[in-house]
Design a protein around this ligand. Structure first.
Ligand code: OAD
Length: 259
C-alpha cells in the first residue's frame, strides 16, 4: 500500500511543476488488454523469441511468420481502448497547456486516442508500414497485392513491407530520442509508468531527469530495474494510480487522495 503522503506529494508536484514528463512502457496499456513483454506469466518475450519475431534477421528468415504475428498484435491494438490512466494523462496535459511531454516506448496508439496526439514514440508505430530497405533500384517501391497472411512486396524489386516498429539492433526514429532527452533534462517531475527499465536508451531517461534536477516517481505494481533512480516508488497500476496523481479533484468532486 502507498502512504497517502507519498501520493499527495507526487500529486502536489505534478500540479505545481512547470514541466512534467511522463515516460510510459508496456504496463501503461496492460489494463487495456495489450500484453507486456516481460511480465512473468503473460509477457510476450516469455512466450516468443524476440530474435525470431523482432529483428531484421528473423523477418528475412521467415517473413510470413513474423507478418502473421504482427497482424495478430495489430488486431489486439485496434480492439483495445485507452484506460483510465491514458485518459488521466491526456486530460492533465489539456488542463495545463505547455507543461506535459509524454514519451512512450509503446507501439500502440492509446495515448493518441486518449487525446494526446503529440506523444513522442520511441519505438515506432505498430499500425504503420514501412519498406524493409531503401529501394535497391533507387525508385519508389510499389506494393503488389498479397494474400492476407503474407507481407506485401514490391512487384519490381521484391522489397518487403514491414511493420514500422523498432526491432532489436535498430536505431530509434530520428528526432524521437533527442526530443525525449530534452524533455527529461527540462522537466521538474518525471513520472515513469509501467516499464521494466530493461531496454535502453529509454531506460536511461529517468536517470537523465534526476541528474538534471528533476524529481522522479515510478508507478509500477512490481520492482523495476530503475527503481533506484526514483525519489518515490508507487506500487500500483496505471489505471488505478494515474487518475489520483493527475486527475482534476475539483471536477471529480473527490477530496480524498489517501491510499
Ligand atoms: P516490459 O514488459 O519490459 O515491462 C512492463 C512493466 O510494466 C513491468 O515492470 C510490469 O511490472 C509493469 N506493469 C504490468 N502491469 C502494469 C500495470 N497495470 N500498470 C503499471 N505497470 C504495469 O515492457 P517495457 O518496459 O515497455 O521494445 O519494455 C521495453 C521495450 O521492450 C518495449 O518497448 C519493447 C520490448 O522489447 C520494442 O518494441 C522495440
Amino acid at each position: 500500500m502507498n502512504a497517502p503522503t507519498v501520493i499527495a506529494e507526487v500529486r502536489a508536484l505534478a500540479h505545481a511543476a512547470r514541466r512534467v514528463c511522463v515516460l510510459t512502457g508496456a504496463g501503461m496499456s496492460a489494463e487495456s488488454g495489450i500484453p507486456t513483454f516481460r511480465d512473468a506469466m503473460t509477457g510476450l518475450w516469455r512466450r516468443f523469441d524476440p530474435e525470431q519475431l523482432a529483428s531484421e534477421a528473423g523477418y528475412r528468415a521467415d517473413p510470413a511468420r513474423v507478418w502473421a504475428w504482427y497482424a495478430e498484435r495489430r488486431d489486439g491494438v485496434r480492439a483495445a481502448v485507452p484506460n483510465a490512466g491514458h485518459v488521466a494523462i491526456a486530460e492533465f496535459g489539456r488542463r495545463r497547456p505547455g507543461v506535459l511531454t509524454v514519451v512512450t516506448q509503446n507501439v500502440d496508439d492509446l495515448h493518441q486516442r486518449a487525446g494526446w496526439p503529440q506523444t513522442i514514440r520511441l519505438h515506432g508505430d505498430i499500425l504503420a508500414d514501412q519498406w524493409l530497405q531503401p529501394c535497391p533500384r533507387g525508385r519508389a517501391c510499389d506494393p503488389a497485392d498479397a494474400p492476407p497472411d503474407e507481407p506485401p512486396a514490391c512487384a519490381d524489386c521484391g522489397n518487403l513491407v514491414r511493420p514500422a516498429v523498432v526491432w532489436f539492433g535498430e536505431m530509434l526514429p530520428e528526432g524521437a530520442i533527442d526530443a525525449a532527452e530534452a524533455a527529461a533534462r527540462g522537466c521538474e517531475l518525471m513520472l515513469v509508468v509501467g516499464t521494466s527499465g530493461a531496454v535502453w536508451p529509454a531506460a536511461g531517461l529517468a536517470g537523465r531527469a534526476r541528474r538534471s534536477g528533476a524529481k522522479v516517481a515510478i508507478v509500477n505494481p512490481h520492482p523495476s530495474e530503475i527503481d533506484d533512480e526514483a525519489h518515490w516508488v508507487l506500487r500500483g497500476t496505471a489505471a488505478g494510480l494515474l487518475p489520483r496523481l493527475l486527475g482534476d479533484l475539483h471536477r471529480d468532486g473527490k477530496g480524498d487522495i489517501g491510499a
